[in-house]
Design a protein around this ligand. Structure first.
Ligand code: SF4
Length: 421
């Protein structure tokens, strides 16, 4: 039977939002705005209030990695400049892009300053310090505490760091913090993450109404446009459209036979690999990675005497202090890597509520942090759920050591095992 699912109506909107984001990067200076490079773990809902165009490093690098020719060019430039090949691949990509002075959209404009955060991943300190060295632009760094069970003292520390950031932004832009704007943006950011959670939950439906590849693209505005009305409106439309697809029994792939989860980042330079799964009737219906941009990890975090449900719940802010505290809560809550227990709670949620038949675990050599604890988690999954698991080694953005033939052979064996189960 021919496969007749219509293309998503919001697809073009998603593309337009992403294009506009990078157009704003190109035209920032012509429009009299400041341009900031930064880690994606800094809150754009705060930074935009100072008329700054923020460019988040990880999604930018993923956009480069999506283009195999460009990503190879950037890897070679980073190699030549002496950056180790086992560094974070997003870092190498971005530094390669600086060295080559180009981007997927034309010449890479230099920022006015660079903002960095030491949150889950300390790579960022070196990433942005090197970007600063290569461009001669200043870098400003804040940090967050690392905590499994978040307590008030952790939030107090993070809020103090955010206040340092506000003072810096006031100095470099000459603008005062717009308190009302902050309250509004923080509320919008929460609305978008709530919607993203609802969207992820829609994949519990059988058949799943969307391919994993589409999900990876559709989540981008959650990262880039956090704290804007565009992100909220877009996600509302996406959620409604997906719910309609579920009501009409529309499947993301031609014929869903088995359902799996994907652990760790995808291979951005070869998303077509996912087509092999689609064609075999294997739907990827969830991933800890796509869950990182909602509140799911917050819900999965360990609870203790000082961190009950109320503590984690969003409290609509009424002033700047409360808004900064909500940023700290939401940022620290969704940090996945400081807690193996939170990771397992999330995996349990996926395994038990999404009707999962198997697991694909990418042992990602391009990232220093997301694979932490992964092999232990894979062993735990095997013991607990006794489902077929395929683990493979690759790099999310560097195609140089990737053998498509080898992975496809492994995938074929995994598919046969899944079908037998
Ligand atoms: S979390 Fe991984 S991919 Fe992200 S910056 Fe750190 S090392 Fe790189």
């Amino acid at each position: 039977m021919a496969y007749t699912a219509a293309p998503l109506k919001v697809w073009e909107e998603c593309k337009a939002l992403t294009t506009d984001y990078y157009q704003a990067m190109l035209s920032a200076h012509a429009q009299g705005k400041k341009l900031a490079w930064m880690g994606a773990s800094l809150p754009p809902e705060l930074i935009r209030l100072f008329d700054i165009v923020p460019v988040a490093g990880e999604p930018y690098s993923a956009t480069c990695n999506f283009r195999p020719h460009l990503t190879s060019q950037f890897m070679q430039a980073a190699d030549k400049a002496g950056f180790a090949r086992d560094l974070c691949c997003y870092t190498r990509t971005f530094l390669g892009s600086i060295l080559e002075r180009t981007s997927p959209f034309g010449e890479l404009p230099e920022p006015d300053f660079i903002l960095s955060i030491k949150w889950d991943c300390s790579t960022h300190i070196q990433w942005w310090s090197n970007a600063s060295r290569l461009t001669g632009k200043p870098v400003f760094i804040i940090e967050t505490p690392f905590a499994e069970e978040i307590q008030e003292r952790h939030l107090t520390y993070f809020v103090a760091q955010l206040k340092r950031l506000v003072t810096y932004l006031e100095e470099v832009t000459g603008k005062r913090l717009d308190e009302e704007g902050l309250v509004r943006n923080v509320t919008l950011a929460q609305q978008a993450t709530d919607l993203w959670d609802e969207i992820l939950e829609i994949s519990k439906a059988v058949p799943n109404p969307l391919t994993f590849k589409s999900f990876l693209t559709l989540m981008v505005p959650a990262i880039l446009l956090r704290g804007t009305t565009q992100a909220v409106d877009y996600y509302r439309r996406l959620r409604d459209e997906l719910a309609e697809r579920v009501r009409n029994g529309i499947s993301g792939i031609p014929e869903e036979k088995k359902r799996v989860i994907w652990i760790n980042l995808p291979l951005w330079f070869n998303l077509n690999l996912l087509k092999t799964l689609d064609e075999a009737g294997i739907a990827v219906v969830g991933s800890p990675y796509t869950s990182m941009w909602g509140n799911i990890f917050t819900k999965c975090r360990p609870r203790g005497p000082k961190t009950n449900e109320e503590f984690y719940r969003f409290s609509p802010p009424t002033n700047a202090d409360e808004a900064l505290r909500e940023i700290a809560k939401s940022w620290m809550g969704r940090s996945a890597f400081s807690s193996l227990e939170a990771q397992r709670n999330l995996l349990r949620w996926l395994m038990e509520e999404f009707k999962i038949d198997g697991v694909i675990a990418h042992d990602n050599r391009g990232c220093k942090v997301v694979p932490l604890g992964q092999m232990d988690n894979v062993a735990w999954l095997q013991q607990t759920y006794q489902v077929p698991i395929m683990a493979f080694e690759a790099n999310h953005g560097d195609p140089s050591n990737f053998s498509e033939g080898q992975i496809k052979t492994r995938l074929q064996a995994f598919l046969e095992m899944l079908m037998r189960n």
